[in-house]
Each structure stands twice: as structure tokens, then as C-alpha cells.
Design a protein around this ligand. Structure first.
Ligand code: A2P
Length: 271
């Protein structure tokens, strides 16, 4: 079944599930994951300078012979490269990817000392066409308000940790209002609570796995989940979420799973 896309505020489309490449640093594992992803129907891959696998993603995409325009590639500027070195290090990322543009370039984290001077550099890259879309990651409403007040080009995307145990409804609503697509990283909460009984019941009802329920929930609230897996079967399973729908009762039960559980960076106290 085809993966739907969402339209971003610059008119371009983003496939609604992407393969997360976080913690996939090993060359063979990363290339395998991308190949298995392509085979399973993923056309959206989420990398970052900090993941140290841009070169492997680039190699696999090139070898696949799938036209570049049919694949959506994201990378992110690592915190140490925000500020003066941003443009130079972005061009190094393009070299590693063996591409002349990325579909989406994100600032990886709202670093206090460098985020404001970094955005005009992101706008410069956007104007050059080397990034078709620009956005941010780990931004709270406060960080977004600051950026929206100062920017010339609005961020199109905010990639944050989001899953059934960390639902962030206020941030999701705010982004919707402002025309910013929310991407959900760690949509499986790192598989920490994958055996939760509420998820198990809903999964059984739909003949799906708990992971598929978690990913489907992200899709139904209008976000773009980026599940990470390095396993062929699980990679295929995680994109197979477009042949069923969670009903109101399921959504109500899932709302009750909220537990403010973060598995990664907490940006809420970053000034
Ligand atoms: P693996 O790479 O061995 O598949 P998140 O994307 O929320 O950060 O979660 C990633 C973690 O979840 C990884 O440890 C990954 O392990 C595991 N994982 C990925 N897909 C599934 C799945 N369908 N079922 C169970 N665990 C999964």
C-alpha cells in the first residue's frame, strides 16, 4: 500500500513515514537497513551529521539506481557545527551523501548560543536550492516563537521526540496552527514499553503489532513518524500501517498512556 504524503508550508510533500537511521553507525548495518527500507517501500530516510552515517546512506541510495527525485533525504546540522561553520559543514554532508541537495535540512537542537545566528545561514542554503526545505528539531513552543518572530523563511518542520507515552498535544497543536509539520522521532519510545497491555489489546484487535499501533497513532494525529530499525522484518513491519485505522475508542485508550516519558534529549529547559 502506498505511503501518503503531507504537504509542507513551501508546497513540497513529505512521505508520512521515514526510516530513522539514528544509532546505525556501522557501514554494513546502515547500508542493509537502507536497502531493506527501499525494498519495503520507504522513500524517506532520516540521517544527521551526528549519526555519522550520511556516507552510507548516500552509497546505498546511489547503488539503488532509484531516481534521486523519488527519495526524500533529511540531514541535520550537529550542535557543534551550528554557527560559523554551518555552511561549510553542510557542504561536507552533501559530499558524503553524494548529492547536490537534501530534501530537508534541520538544526538538530535549539542551542542557546548558536541557534539565532544559525537560522539566516539555513535560509541562505535554502535560497541556493541545496536544501529544498529547512526546519528545526527539538524546538519547544518558546523556541519556535522566537524563531517565527525573527525569520524570513519559516521553518517547515519541527522534529521532536513524540510517541504514545510522550504525546505533547500543545506542541503538536501549536505547530499545526503555524503550518509546521511535526516529525516524530523515537515513535516506538525506543521499544522500552513495547509490551504495554493497552497496546497489546489494541494490536490484537487489529491483527497488528504494538509497534504498528504506535506508528499508526503518530500518523493519525497528523505527524510523520521516523521509526528506527536495523532489522529487515521490523523495517518492513513499521511501514505496514496504512491498511487499518485506530477508532475513537482506541484513540481514547491511547490518550491514557501519556506519562511524560522521554527517552532522549529534553529541550524544555533550554533557554
Ligand atoms: P531494532 O533496530 O533491532 O529493530 P525508536 O525508533 O522509537 O527510537 O525505537 C528504536 C528501537 O526499537 C530499536 O531498539 C529497534 O530495534 C526497536 N524496534 C524497531 N522496530 C520495532 C518493532 N517493530 N518491534 C519491536 N521493536 C522495534
Amino acid at each position: 500500500m502506498a505511503v501518503p504524503s503531507l504537504k509542507m508550508n513551501n508546497g513540497l510533500e513529505i512521505p508520512q513515514v521515514g526510516l530513522g537511521l539514528w544509532q546505525n553507525k556501522d557501514k554494513k548495518d546502515c547500508i542493509n537497513a537502507v536497502n531493506w527500507g527501499l525494498e519495503a517501500g520507504y522513500r524517506h530516510f532520516d540521517s544527521a551529521q551526528a549519526y555519522e552515517n550520511e556516507q552510507f546512506l548516500g552509497q546505498a541510495v546511489k547503488a539503488s539506481k532509484i531516481p534521486r527525485k523519488d527519495i526524500f533525504i533529511t540531514t541535520k546540522i550537529r550542535t557543534a557545527n551550528m554557527g560559523n561553520q554551518l555552511i561549510e559543514t553542510f557542504d561536507e554532508s552533501l559530499e558524503k551523501l553524494q548529492m547536490d541537495y537534501v530534501d530537508l535540512l534541520l538544526l538538530h537542537f535549539p542551542m542557546t548560543i548558536s541557534r539565532r545566528i544559525s537560522w539566516p545561514l539555513m535560509e541562505e542554503i535554502y535560497a541556493s536550492g541545496r536544501a529544498k526545505t529547512i526546519g528545526v528539531s527539538n524546538y519547544t513552543i518558546t523556541h519556535l516563537e522566537e524563531l517565527l518572530a525573527e525569520c524570513k523563511v519559516k521553518p517547515a518542520v519541527n522534529q521532536v521526540e513524540l510517541h504514545v507515552f510522550l504525546q505533547q498535544p500543545d506542541l503538536v497543536d501549536y505547530c499545526k496552527q503555524k503550518g509546521i509539520v511535526v516529525e516524530a522521532y523515537s515513535p516506538l519510545a525506543h521499544a522500552h514499553n513495547i509490551n504495554d497491555p493497552v497496546l497489546a489489546d489494541i494490536a490484537q484487535k487489529h491483527g497488528k503489532t504494538p509497534a504498528q499501533i504506535m506508528i499508526r497513532w503518530c500518523v493519525q494525529i497528523g505527524t510523520v513518524p521516523l521509526p528506527k530499525s536495523a532489522n529487515k522484518e521490523r523495517i518492513a513491519q513499521n511501514i505496514d500501517v496504512f491498511d487499518f485505522e485506530l477508532d475513537q475508542d482506541d484513540m481514547k485508550q491511547i490518550a491514557g498512556l501519556e506519562s511524560d516519558m522521554r527517552t532522549s534529549w529534553d529541550p524544555t529547559h533550554v533557554e
